[in-house]
Design a protein around this ligand. Structure first.
Ligand code: GLP
Length: 241
């Protein structure tokens, strides 16, 4: 894994945006795998600004998002569908029909997961997957587990993740306990992976991801064997290295 060390969050966001921009310039109809969380917001702001300045064109870009909460409709204020519209899609010349997010209110969850994997295959696979990392090393919502999950599936969120997510919800009981997420195989099949990490609270997860054993108890550690993965991190996130 290549490591691009930035001094600050802003520098990290600019460098990751440069990388994603290069991908889109090289292949205008790129399939981007996208992530939520606060870390990618700086990258998204930068991509939106470059699109506004007409330096970057999203007219042919297709996107697939990693995950969605089970039980939240696409217009729920805390759904990832809404997050993506507000933080990125509404500010781009991307076609809404080219953006895809798992349906967290599907009546048949298994069918939804299978259809999502088929959709990714139908798009020709992911060209560039953007990831953040959870405090416990999760990527997407692939939580620490006894085995690496493969395709899109439903997960029960861990206590650590529920606590991290609580800041977005008024009451603890409002925090969704389940989510749909692309699996580790979906992520590993992406041609390129970009992972962003910022802040000292991510330093332990970054260290285990980069230097620890490749085990499903630390899902991000699998990225050590991805042939084309770049970590963009600020000094705080790399402070335990
Ligand atoms: C959620 C998302 C992940 C994200 C993580 C970290 O759990 N499902 O994709 O990487 O949050 O979020 P943050 O960047 O806010 O720390």
């Amino acid at each position: 894994m290549r490591i691009i060390k930035a001094k600050t969050y802003e520098e990290m966001s600019l460098a990751a945006a440069d990388y994603i921009m290069a991908q889109i310039l090289w292949k205008q109809d790129s399939v981007l795998g996208l992530a939520t969380g606060s870390t990618p917001i700086g990258v998204y702001n930068e991509l939106a600004e470059r699109n506004r300045q007409r330096r970057l064109d999203f007219a042919q870009v297709r996107t697939v998002n990693l995950d969605e909460y089970v039980g939240l409709t696409a217009d729920h204020p805390q759904s990832y569908a809404r997050f993506m519209r507000e933080n990125l899609f509404d500010h781009l010349n991307i076609k809404p029909e080219n953006t895809h997010i798992p349906n967290g209110v599907a009546t048949n969850i298994d069918a939804e997961c299978a259809a999502y994997d088929a959709l990714i295959q139908g798009l020709g696979g992911v060209d560039l997957q953007l990831l953040g990392v959870g405090h416990n090393g999760h990527i997407g919502f692939n939580e620490p587990d006894a085995a690496f999950p493969l395709g899109t599936h439903q997960v029960t969120l861990t206590e650590s993740t529920l606590q991290a997510n609580q800041r977005f919800f008024e009451r603890p009981e409002d925090v969704p306990t389940k989510a749909l997420t692309m699996g580790i195989r979906d992520i590993m099949q992406a041609k390129r992976v970009v992972i962003v990490a910022s802040g000292s609270d991510k330093a332990a997860a970054v260290k285990d991801m980069l230097a620890g054993p490749i085990v499903p108890q630390m899902p991000a550690s699998i990225l050590q064997i991805h042939p084309n993965c770049v970590l963009f991190a600020d000094e705080a996130a790399l402070s335990q290295m």
